[in-house]
Structures are given as C-alpha cells and as structure tokens.
Ligand binder design. Structure first.
Ligand code: TRP
Length: 446
C-alpha cells in the first residue's frame, strides 16, 4: 500500500491544493453572507480571531495525524488506538467521515452546478443567446452531473497529476479573477458605503445573538475540517516539510480569500442597492444568502449592461473554479478510504463513490428544500463538529507525546523548544474539545 500512495510533489503544490480545498463556496458565498447578516465588520473580526484560535489548531491536528499514519482516516485512527475500544471506534469514525464528506459533496455539487449553469448562461448571453438554461430541476440535474463529472475526472488522475496539478492551475486564476472583480466593483457608485460597513466594526454586535456560533461553524466549514479531508491531504505531505508552517499558510490563504471575497460582495451589495435593487427585507433583515448570489448579484450585473454580463461570467467562473478545488478534496475522502481499505483501484473507488454521491444529489434536487436543508445541517452542524472532536481526542488523549513530537520534528527539528510545542498539544487535548462541544450543544439547542 505504501508504495502506491500518492504524494504532493512540492510545498507549493500542497499549499495550493489544501488552500484550494479550503477556499470555496464557503469563502466566496458563505462568509460574505454571514458578514452581511451578522453586523458587518464585527463578524469579520471574530472570524479572524477564531480562525487562529480554533481552526488552525484543529487543522494541525488533522495534518499531523495524517502524515504520521500515511493513510486514510480509518487506518490513521486505528494506528493511534490503544485498545480494542478505540480500535473499533476508529472504524466507526473512519466511515462516518466518509459519509459526512459524501453528504457535503452531494449538496455542494448541486450549488456548484447552479453556478456552472449561471456561468454558461452569462457567457451565452454575451453572444446574444438567451436560453433560460437555469430554470427547473432538469437544468439543475444536468449541471450538477456535469460538475460531478469534472470533479471525478480530476480525482481519478491521482494526487500529484490530478489534485495538485489542477489546484496549481485553478487557484491562481481564481485569485486573479477575484482581484479584478474587486477593482471593478469598488470603483462603482455606492461601493464606499459597503466598504465602511465591511471594515468599521460595531463592537456592541459581537455579543449579539449567535454571532460567535455562526463564526465558529463558518470557520470549520471554510477550512474543510472534521471530515478527514485535511487528514488525508496531510498523509500526502513529505516528511521534510514543516507541518506548523504549512498549516499556517493554508489558514492564512483561506482567511485572506474570505476577506477579499467580502471586499467584493459587500460593496457589490451596496452598489446594487444604489442601483435600486432591494437587499434587505422590510424588517431590515438581509435577504436569504441564496438570494444574495442568485438574485442580488445578477440584478446588479444586469443593471450594468454588457459590461455587467462580462462581470457576471467572470464572477460565476470564479465560483466554479473555487468549488472544483474544494469538491475534489471531498471526493478524495471516500476514494482514498475505499481504495486503501478494500484494495480496489482508485478508478473503481472513484466510480463507486461518484455513483452513490451523485444519486444523493439527484435525490436532493428532486425532493425539494427540506431534504436539502437536512443534508446541510446533518453534515455541517453535527458531522463536522463531532469528527473534529474525535480528531482532537485521538491526538490529545491517545497519541503518545514522544511519537507526536518526533512526527512534528520531521521538517521542524527545533520544534521541541518552540511556543507551538509548549501550547498546542494541551490546547488540542483540553481547550479544543471544550470549544467544539460548546458549538455542538448550542447548535442542537438553537
Ligand atoms: N472549505 C470549502 C469551502 O469553504 C468546502 C469544503 C471542502 C469542505 N472540503 C470540505 C467543507 C470538507 C467541509 C469538509 O467551500
């Protein structure tokens, strides 16, 4: 098994692939919507804090376990187990991770499919062809399957020539598109007001409602934590790399892109408002986040004429690119687990996973919103925090400290004297589980 495992060929390759996983609809769509709904800059501030207080330590947990075990989640947890109970539990949690990753991909694929449809529609209307492609479940089915097929095609090629190679191509394109769009939107009338709302925090809002809770959920989703994605990516990292540095880079890139996406979307909302588009309802509440991307922004684009159609094509192309580097990381979870545990080929594992996940997507499309919402909350509110907790427990309570230290010393020989080593293991052992349990129970209570 060891000989046939893939590996990221370079540090940059890993950072782009892991940041590619992290940066997705969660950053470009989720984060700005949450900012708008939760008091603007106050949410941004809390998010930034939580990224380093929670997400980075948990990300490091997954990366360290993954590289140590050089295996999928199930085998990795088994390797850390110390007795029959934790060994048996590792099977349960290994497969739970697969199920949660699959469930996330099944709804993520539907939304990404809609983005793909919007992108094609904008491109076509640039040439004067109005198709109305997007309407109806038929279109949704078609584009979801198309998006899934793209994801499949990349994952099947393996770690370095599939995931890494495509992340290397797509991530720079995404960043260029994002910067270009920001430059254009910020120069429009009304954008200044949006910049103010985005950048000047109103501290009184920090303790309001479920701002902290939303920020924590958002940070977990955005860094792709709690399904084994980062654990498996960690298992493809070379021994000579310093994990704390890699993890810090990935966190930084993820946070930076979320921040930039806000710099695009929030001013765009105010430009839209300036052009007469409604963005808040009669109670002063922001329109639902799905409306933000599918109604407000298209109306903004439409109000800008041909120039707006170009913008719209670029915007949705950017969302598709971001989704693709995330969806491949989700599909990698069942593919790595199935192929390593059962000995079947990557290709067989990818086909089987895709068939199951795409079937669930179709079910979600055809059965309407209730099931869709259920899939979202089961995976993101229950599955992710639970698995995050499991990773912290295996690392903090089961993994022998000297083995953990020697894993981290690979690539960071002086780590034993660092502040990171003094704080992080105990932080993961005590503080992270506490925080995660708090999120978990408050989201049940909510
Ligand atoms: N982080 C991605 C985003 O922000 C989504 C994602 C990719 C993800 N892999 C994941 C979310 C694994 C949860 C678990 O859009």
């Amino acid at each position: 098994m060891a000989a046939s495992r893939g590996e990221f060929s370079s540090r940059m390759g890993f950072i782009l692939a892991a940041a590619g996983s992290a940066v997705g609809l969660g950053n470009i769509w989720g984060f700005p919507s949450q900012v708008a709904a939760n008091g603007g800059a106050a949410f941004v501030l809390v998010y930034l804090l939580l990224a380093f207080l929670i997400a980075y330590p948990v990300l490091m947990t997954e990366l360290a376990i993954g590289r140590f075990a050089k295996a999928n989640t199930l085998a990795a947890l088994e390797k850390l187990s110390r007795g029959p109970i934790s060994r048996r539990a590792s099977y349960l949690f290994g497969y739970l991770g697969v199920v949660v990753a699959g469930l996330i991909l099944s709804f993520y694929g539907v939304i990404a499919g809609l983005m793909l449809g919007q992108c094609l529609e904008s491109l076509l209307s640039l040439f004067g062809i109005e198709t109305g492609l997007l309407s109806g479940t038929g279109a949704s089915t078609f584009f979801t399957l198309l998006f899934m097929a793209l994801t499949f095609a990349i994952v099947m090629r393996g770690v370095s020539s599939g995931i890494e190679a495509w992340s290397r191509r797509l991530m720079p394109m995404l960043i260029v598109l994002l910067l270009l769009l920001i430059a254009i939107v910020v120069s429009q009338a009304g954008a200044q007001q949006g910049l103010k709302a985005y950048l000047l925090p109103d501290f009184s809002k920090i303790w309001q409602g479920d701002l902290l809770l939303s920020a924590m959920g958002q940070v977990f989703f955005s860094l792709s934590l709690g399904v084994g994605t980062m654990l498996i990516y960690g298992s493809y990292v070379k021994q000579k790399e310093s994990l704390p540095k890699l993890g810090a880079w990935v966190t930084l890139v993820d946070v930076a892109i979320a921040f930039l996406a806000g710099l695009l979307i929030i001013p765009a909302m105010y430009v839209a408002m300036n052009n007469g588009v409604q963005i808040y309802d009669s109670q002063g509440e922001l329109l639902a986040s799905s409306q933000l991307v599918f109604v407000v922004l298209p109306e903004l684009f439409a109000s800008l004429g041909v120039f707006g159609i170009v913008l719209s094509s670029l915007f949705f192309a950017m969302l598709v690119l971001a989704s693709l580097t995330s969806s491949i990381s989700m599909l990698e979870v069942p593919v790595a687990t199935l192929s390593e545990q059962s000995g079947c080929s990557r290709r067989q594992a990818a086909i089987l996973s895709l068939l199951v996940i795409a079937s669930v997507s179709l079910l979600l499309i055809w059965q309407g919103d209730v099931l869709f919402g259920l899939a979202v909350s089961a995976s993101t509110e229950f599955g992710q925090p639970l698995m995050g907790l499991v990773f912290c427990i295996y690392l903090g309570w089961l993994w022998q400290r000297h083995l953990l230290l020697s894993e981290l010393q690979k690539g960071s020989p002086n780590i034993a004297n660092s502040a990171f080593w003094r704080c992080w293991p105990n932080y993961v052992k005590y503080v992270c589980p506490l925080i995660i349990l708090t999120i978990f129970f408050s989201s049940i209570a909510a």
